[in-house]
Design a protein around this ligand. Sequence first.
Ligand code: HGY
Ligand code: MN
Ligand code: MN
Length: 399
Amino acid sequence: MDFEPGGFEQLWADLAPLGRSAASGGYFRQPWTAADSELRAWFVEQAEARGLAVESDGVGNLVAWWGEGDHGVVTGSHLDSVLDGGAYDGPLGVVSGLLAVDRLHARGFEPSRPIGVSVFVEEEGSRFGLACLGSRLATGATTWEQARQLRDRDGIALADAVEQAGLPGAPGRLVEKIGCFVELHVEQGRDLVDRDAAVGVGSAIWPHGRYRFDFTGQANHAGTTRMEDRHDPMLSYAMTALAANKQARLAGQRATFGRLEVTPNGTNAIPSRVTAWLDARCDSDEALVAMVAEIERLATERAGRDGTQLAVTPESVSGAVHFDDALATRLAEVLGGAPVIPTGAGHDAGILAAAGVRTAMLFVRNPTGISHSPEEQASTADCLAGVEALADTLEELAR
Ligand code: HGY
Ligand code: MN
Ligand code: MN
């Protein structure tokens, strides 16, 4: 094979400017946008330079194949980011997949099964609100009919965004050729730092969900309306945010309100409506249901006191995922006793596991644990250790 692959530094340098904000240094790599098209073109170019045959479905999920046939061993992640996100969440898994293929060639490895490098779209759900939208569509967990009407913050429907990106829509069933899936991901926490390990193996993904809280009240004058006469949805929201924080702390779980829309968002008027999105993560399905129910109960009670109304809509819910224990144990052995750790972050690997695909995850140490932020980082040495670990993993699975 006659290509001179850019090493990690080269591929990383290729990606660095794509979708990057000069103001914050963070990434705005929302799906079916210009930045996404650039990223997709970069991936196809890199895959084809390696002699991989790139397959796309109707919404832009990609798998670059080394070899033909079914029951492929596929590794990959996503290229989209949260708003103002970091460089590693997603792209590290895609770059590592390409470089792991290079490593296997360098080792003279001949796989007995096809090996693929994949990119699933809209993993973050940052544009259309549904987490892991691409892999949900690819596995049929969400149908095209269900998803096509999802709208982004500008009111653009998913089907239109996909069409405008030059894609036919209506995803195929890429996953039918996937026999086993391994996702390498930067750790979004400090477990590997605390264990002084560069690479870890995934054991489980916490159940998690996103819930839209619509508080409606009575718009009125900020200066002439007595406090006791108000029906202020901002107050109901604020008390709910405090209650959610307290419930999560008490239960040792996680609750976040990170997104807010205020109508009309004026400085001198009591708002008529406040919409807030709760991101809830718990260590069990039961705990998630209980915590969200309690937050909703407290929010409803507060709205009653404020004379406001509340409607809560689950927008994206993912159940607990327990990766294949035997596979995780075997990979930990192959990787010289790598720690096996859970994560509170959702991943496409979780969607594929839920769809019955034999799935594993590898994590690469994140020295600060910070993610979903421009501050997200990983050392080149740890990233290269991740590539070697992924190459060892693919060799184990495709021998
Ligand atoms: O939100 C998450 O857990 C992941 O980053 N999509
Ligand atoms: Mn993420
Ligand atoms: Mn991710």
